[in-house]
Design a protein around this ligand. Structure first.
Ligand SMILES: Nc1ncnc2c1ncn2[C@@H]1O[C@H](COP(=O)(O)OP(=O)(O)OP(=O)(O)O)[C@@H](O)[C@H]1O
Ligand SMILES: [Mg+2]
Length: 70
């Protein structure tokens, strides 16, 4: 079965600040996933990117973001 959420090589910027660097994440149905990290690690930016509030850079190759949250 296809993953509910799939991020592949995601890079997100705030201007020149490279906040997310090649993030990969897959969430399968039934899984519970938590993001853990220090201040500024990119947890909020990851959630903003997943929700569409921030758009990942398409300038880098291999960009892929799929969501099918239910
Ligand atoms: N609005 C913004 N403008 C510029 N840089 C930002 C902005 N928001 C976050 N950043 C930078 O992006 C990087 C990731 O920040 P983010 O807020 O996603 O981290 P976080 O893991 O949620 O941190 P915290 O635990 O403090 O909530 C950091 O280097 C941060 O300084
Ligand atoms: Mg945060």
């Amino acid at each position: 079965m296809a993953a509910l959420l799939e991020l592949e090589n995601i890079n997100t910027y705030y201007g020149h600040i490279h906040a997310l660097k090649s993030v990969n994440l897959t969430v399968e149905q039934g899984e519970i996933v938590t993001l853990v990290g220090s201040n500024g690690a990119g947890k909020s930016t990851s959630l903003r990117t997943i929700s569409g509030l921030r758009v990942p850079s398409k300038a880098l190759s291999g960009w892929k973001a799929k969501t099918s949250l239910r």
